[in-house]
Write a protein that binds this ligand. Structure first.
Ligand SMILES: [Zn+2]
Length: 143
């Protein structure tokens, strides 16, 4: 994936979060008080690091041939990311009816993960393939 321009994304998300309930705390603060150069630089650096780690994880599970994952927000979702919480995604397009995952991080502040959606998890959660298709939330970039 091409490198994302985190400075540009932080600008764009600052505007978006003015109209989205429950912005991440760092954006709520920036909307209230304005960005400090330090906060902005830290957020851009952390988002780039997280994105690189996520790409590494995708390469690792991609190499293993795994297809089904689930977006895990661990209860830390913001108003923009919340709708994707718990959604199944297909990494390799091998599961009919299941969309490709969003790029992570979705917004620069959230640190969600794609966890393997294992048969064990599905069984213990009482999920079958039809439930996955029903629960799938295709990613739609804002704008
Ligand atoms: Zn978010």
């Amino acid at each position: 994936m091409a490198d994302r321009d985190w400075d540009a994304e932080i600008d764009a998300w600052t505007e978006r979060f003015r109209h989205i309930p429950d912005p991440p705390p760092v954006f709520a603060r920036a909307i209230r008080d304005g960005w400090t150069a330090d906060d902005r630089a830290a957020l851009a650096r952390e988002a780039a690091e997280y994105s690189a780690r996520h790409e590494g994880w995708l390469a690792q599970i991609g190499a293993s041939g795994w297809d089904l994952v689930r977006l895990d927000t661990r209860g830390q979702e913001c108003g923009a990311c919340a709708r994707y919480s718990g959604s199944p995604y297909s990494l390799r397009g091998e599961t009919p009816g299941i969309p490709a995952p969003p790029p992570l991080p979705i917004c620069p502040a959230c640190r969600h993960t794609l966890n393997l959606l294992t048969p064990f998890f599905m069984q213990s959660a009482g999920l079958d393939a039809g439930d996955l298709v029903r629960d799938a939330v295709p990613y739609e970039p804002i704008d």
